[in-house]
Design a protein around this ligand. Structure first.
Ligand code: LMR
Length: 351
């Protein structure tokens, strides 16, 4: 009898075990409930775009335009998150952050990259750019592709050149008209040996300083002058802590827009195409907007501040150029005459 009861219990346990196993299988076969938020997340691609200037600047606005176009062209699949004013990385940090993949896109001024791409020194030569059509041909034509292909770091891919505008000089003690006027003054420079040498030839001192510290540097008189575009002078209110502004147009501030190479290579080909299309449209848009913006903001500075504004005469410009000749010679010896000529007369310039 005991044996019989034990046998029945054993059969019951077997049946119970089988029932549990079947239930488990059934629940695994049931479809998961549809979660559209999760599906969206899976496909969404985010580009973190870090830069150091304000939103209302040529680069700040170009980044926003690019974000809009990318979203439109990819039906929202690619999202560009913009981090402006150096809130993520300062000028000295952003290139390394891009290489590590901590951000996907940056657009530093090319001056800051000449240790990495020495041929770009040519772009920093004073007065190498002197016409809008020349800037457009270099930045948006075949020359830009040649310049971008000179980036040799494997972690980085160059996508485009964006514009800000011509650089001007400011100082808080004296008008800067003759080369001799610079003697003994201390100027903030962005990183880049050509700009430093430019000031050495003017017998001035230089301090390399991140862009977002320039206002304070001028206010505390750690430096007493600086060079930048009107849009950067305006958006960072540098004109409020300077007495003299010379419209010299002696240099050009442009940006190399770059993407993390691994991130780029992992993108589907059609997405790469759409991003490139958005970049091309933004580049052309940015050039026109930048010129307009610098003009409008110069007008605003004229109307709303006490800074004295001077325009370099042709004779003064000749004297500056004469002073900079050793720098031309040095860069020519280093990177060759051809590249200098290419920038001076780009092949697809329409005059
Ligand atoms: C500067 O450092 O003055 C500029 O390169 C800032 C910028 O990105 O326009």
């Amino acid at each position: 009898m005991t044996k019989y009861i034990g046998f029945c219990l054993f059969i019951l346990l077997l049946l119970f075990g089988f029932y549990i196993y079947q239930n488990n299988l059934a629940s695994q076969r049931q479809p998961l409930s549809y979660d559209d938020e999760q599906e969206g997340l899976e496909k969404q691609i985010t580009i973190r775009f870090s830069h150091v200037v304000a939103e209302n600047t040529p680069k700040g606005l170009a980044a926003q335009k690019f974000a809009e176009l990318v979203s439109e062209k990819t039906n929202g699949q690619v999202k560009v998150d913009i981090f402006q004013n150096g809130i993520l990385y300062s000028d000295g940090e952003e290139y390394e952050a891009l290489k590590r993949g901590d951000v996907e896109m940056i657009a530093p001024s090319f001056s800051k990259l000449i240790d990495t791409v020495p041929q770009w020194k040519v772009l920093d030569l004073p007065f190498i750019f002197n016409r809008a059509s020349q800037v457009e041909a270099v930045f948006a034509g075949q020359t830009s592709e040649r310049l971008l292909s000179m980036i040799k770091d494997n972690e980085v891919k160059g996508l485009a050149f964006w514009s800000n505008g011509f650089k001007q000089m400011t100082n808080d003690e004296t008008p800067l008209l003759e080369p001799e006027d610079f003697r003994g003054h201390t100027f903030r420079v962005m990183p880049g040996s050509v700009i430093e040498k430019q000031f050495r030839l003017l017998n001035a001192y230089t301090v390399v300083m991140p862009f977002n510290e320039v206002y304070q540097g001028l206010e505390t008189r750690e430096i007493n002058g600086q060079e930048n575009t009107i849009s950067n002078i305006y958006s960072k209110r540098l004109y409020q802590v300077q007495q003299h502004l010379t419209i010299s147009n002696h240099g050009y501030l442009g940006y190399a827009v770059m993407v993390n190479k691994q991130f780029w290579d992992d993108l589907p080909k059609d997405i790469q195409g759409k991003i490139q299309e958005a970049m091309r449209e933004t580049t052309l848009w940015n050039m026109k907007e930048a010129a307009k913006m610098n003009d409008q903001q110069l007008q605003h500075i004229k109307n709303h501040s006490t800074i004295q504004i001077y325009h370099l005469t042709e004779q003064q410009k000749k004297e500056w150029l004469q002073t900079f000749q050793p720098l031309y010679k040095e860069i020519e010896d280093e990177i060759g005459h051809d590249l200098i000529e290419l920038i001076k007369s780009p092949p697809d310039e329409e005059r």
